[in-house]
Design a protein around this ligand. Structure first.
Ligand code: SF4
Length: 509
């Protein structure tokens, strides 16, 4: 017959635990512990605390920093999760010296670090430099769109928001009327009505406050763009998961071990962010003793989203050897000649046929005597505006007359269905010096250009894969650019990433 030891959970056990022994050399938590203790100047936090005469002793910032860094490295996003870990997980208990900080302490520490975070990021960058993790010859820039901690429902132009407020006010009036009727009804129904009424009232107040205190936002083309009532610094932007309300999180990466040199969250498109990112990297590098000319003559690769006249001009002025292709470069590359095999889509969905027989600018001829363009139907297009600039070039715009196009038998080849009833013709201004767009096309189409640009994929894409997929950092949990920037820039994402690089490739002495 089987004989077992008694299963008695009703007993008290005392285990001797050395917190120090939990931090085993060679583990990430040990690296974090050593880095924070020995390489990060924590005196920058001292001025926050004014409790030397009165007040209780605060939890040391190094303890909070260690706990938060380990939590982020493990994909823990919320302060409550971190608080729970500090109660239950021996590694977190060891890093927090058994104090188990409250979730509100953690959240307040995270969201108020914008002043100190630059110094911490530079300290870590200096360690990377001392351990030889920086190569300093090739850099790659990329970005990922991450949702902000807001709802798209609260976005709109000022007119749309006013309309939303009016609708809510109507709803509120209806709910108040129902409330009056519900007075004679049971108490449960009355409570429900009151709750709804209060909710609508708060929403109307919030919208009113926003419309009074904020100004409409305008895009680069002068049109009003959507504001967001909850976080007005975030923006609506297309992402891999459809249109999101969020931020465009950017990172500039060194090629050797994919250490992040600069990271910042923007509410703008990639092509507007190249110069600010390189300037940010210069500041970070200056803090570890690098010259402002650090990027001169070095290779910089970025995808076609960064391709713009302004970006290329900036790189040329800074003497950076940039490789930023235009959106058509794959069509010119013979290696992608058979990409058409995917034209039916991966699940058999047929893509719309390309409109290959549509008229292009080459089908329009210029009449120098009248200073007009003649369309394939022999009609004149007059100059409507000169020197209009877009992301790539400066254009003169010519317009056809709507009545000419309305009766034109060729309009199916000239006007797309979505455009208005007349043809617009954009003619690049040839005299624009220098033509950096064409220079970049020639550079990127060369064998050397293709070879260098191909490195981008292996340098910067794994960084975002590591951060967004492996560490599950796929959304911001704070609001406003200032706080989101702290989350992305140096603490939560880039800082943790760089510490992991030190842990993997560096040897702390
Ligand atoms: S649609 Fe207008 S611009 Fe185009 S060919 Fe006809 S008349 Fe000319």
């Amino acid at each position: 017959m089987a004989k077992y030891k008694p299963s008695n959970e009703d007993q008290m056990v005392m285990l001797p635990i050395s917190l120090q022994d939990q931090l085993v050399p060679g583990t990430l938590e040990h690296t974090i512990h050593r880095l924070v203790d020995e390489n990060i100047n924590l005196s920058v936090f001292d001025e926050r605390y004014k409790n030397d005469v009165t007040g209780a002793a605060a939890i040391h910032p190094k303890s909070l920093l260690k706990v938060i860094l380990l939590a982020y490295a493990r994909g823990m996003i919320s302060s409550r999760q971190i608080e729970r870990a500090c109660h239950e997980n021996i590694l977190f208990i060891a890093l927090s010296y058994g104090y188990a900080p409250d979730h509100s302490t953690i959240a307040a520490f995270v969201s108020s670090m914008q002043k100190e975070i630059s110094s911490i990021f530079s300290n870590i960058l200096l360690v990377c430099e001392e351990l030889g993790l920086l190569d300093g010859t090739h850099f790659s820039l990329d970005g990922v769109k991450l949702s902000a901690n807001v709802s798209k429902e609260w976005s709109g132009t000022f007119d749309e928001l006013k309309h939303k407020r009016d609708k809510l006010q109507e709803k509120l009036q209806r709910v108040i009327a129902e409330h009056v009727q519900a007075d004679a009804q049971p108490e449960v129904e009355l409570k429900r009505q009151k709750k709804r009424e209060r909710r609508f009232q708060l929403q109307v107040e919030r919208l009113n406050r926003f419309l009074q205190e904020q100004e409409p936002k305008y895009g680069s083309e002068g049109r009003e763009i959507q504001s967001n009532v909850i976080d007005n610094e975030s923006a609506k932007m297309p992402s891999a998961h459809g249109v999101i309300q969020g931020y465009n999180a950017q990172a500039l990466v060194d090629s050797k071990h994919q250490v992040i040199l600069a990271a910042e969250a923007f509410a703008s498109q990639d092509h507007e962010n190249l110069a600010p990112m390189l300037e940010g990297a210069k500041k970070n590098l200056a803090a570890i003793g690098k010259e402002p000319t650090y990027f001169e003559g070095k290779e910089l690769t970025a995808d076609s989203n960064y391709h713009s006249f302004n970006s290329l001009t900036w790189c040329k002025d800074e003497k950076i050897d940039a490789y930023i292709p235009d959106i058509q470069y794959r069509k010119r590359d013979p290696r992608f000649a058979d990409q058409e095999r995917f034209k039916d889509g991966v699940h058999g969905r047929r893509r719309p046929e390309a409109k290959s027989d549509m008229f292009t600018a080459a089908d329009f001829s210029f009449d120098a005597s009248k200073q007009v363009y003649l369309c394939p139907h022999g009609k004149e297009l007059a100059c409507h505006a000169r020197n209009q600039t877009n992301r790539y070039r400066t254009y003169d715009i010519y317009h056809a007359r709507p009545e000419d196009c309305a009766a034109c038998p060729l309009k199916a080849r000239c006007l797309s269905k979505s455009t208005s009833s007349r043809r617009y013709l954009s003619i690049p201004v040839d005299t624009q010096p220098p033509n950096l767009i064409d220079e970049m096309k020639a550079k990127i189409d060369s064998e050397e250009g293709k070879r260098i640009y191909a490195r981008r994929l292996g340098i910067v894409e794994p960084v975002f894969a590591n951060i967004c997929v492996q560490k599950r950092m796929h959304r911001f949990t704070l609001r406003s650019k200032r706080k989101v920037d702290v989350q992305w820039t140096r603490k939560r994402f880039a800082l943790v990433h760089n510490i992991a690089k030190i842990h993997t490739f560096g040897v702390l002495i």
